[in-house]
Design a protein around this ligand. Structure first.
Ligand SMILES: [Mn+2]
Length: 197
């Protein structure tokens, strides 16, 4: 899908034998920026989906809130439900920077127009009932930068594939899906986004 500044393509597949994918995502572009969030509900199946979708609904109705505020609401609403791991990417078109906040195992990889790949190190923990330290990465936004956000069903080895250096986001998810094994061991979500100044 092409918007004003961000091209985006998504691949998602549940764990083998499951109907529900426990991963949920949300994204939105505004005049000022872009927000993309991915949550992975602990375990898999229907209850994992319920929690991860709840977190996406909270983000959708609080797009202007800070990440800290969003997580506070999530902690309140997830009492008695499955916990989730969460990654939130915010791109600021005016300031020309981006931030990535994560709790738990949601990964981010950036690829510059010069094909330089950067991977963030995912951290332990999850959201569900009590406060957790928040890791925030901040960096410059470069023209034609590609962002890849993914749940832990994505294999590290796949991310080193050369097709990630391409500039067509749909082509990247298509090739990812093509080379994916049939018997994936976990719910798998891969969001590929490209910034065009
Ligand atoms: Mn998972």
């Amino acid at each position: 899908m092409t918007q004003m500044h961000m091209d985006i393509s998504v691949f998602q597949k549940p764990k083998k034998g499951n109907y529900y994918c426990g991963d949920s995502y949300y994204y939105k572009e505004t005049e000022q920026g872009f927000i993309c969030a991915l949550a992975d509900g602990l375990g898999s199946g229907e209850y994992a989906k319920e929690s991860s979708q709840l977190v996406m609904d909270i983000i959708e109705s609080n797009t202007n809130a800070s990440v800290e505020q969003i997580i506070k609401v999530c902690n309140q609403k997830l009492v008695g439900k499955r916990g989730v791991v969460l990654g939130i990417l915010k791109v600021d078109f005016n300031e020309k920077n981006y931030t990535f906040s994560s709790i738990g195992n949601i990964g981010l990889m950036t690829i510059s127009s010069k094909s330089e790949k950067k991977r963030n190190i995912p951290n332990a923990g999850y959201i569900g009932g009590f406060p957790r330290p928040l890791k925030v990465l901040r960096d410059n936004l470069l023209d034609e930068m590609v962002f890849v956000m993914f749940s832990d069903g994505v294999d590290s080895l796949d991310l080193s594939s050369s097709y990630f250096l391409g500039k067509d986001v749909s082509k990247i998810t298509e090739l990812f899906s093509h080379f994916l094994s049939d018997s994936i061991k976990d719910d798998t979500t891969l969001l590929v986004m490209k910034y065009n100044a």
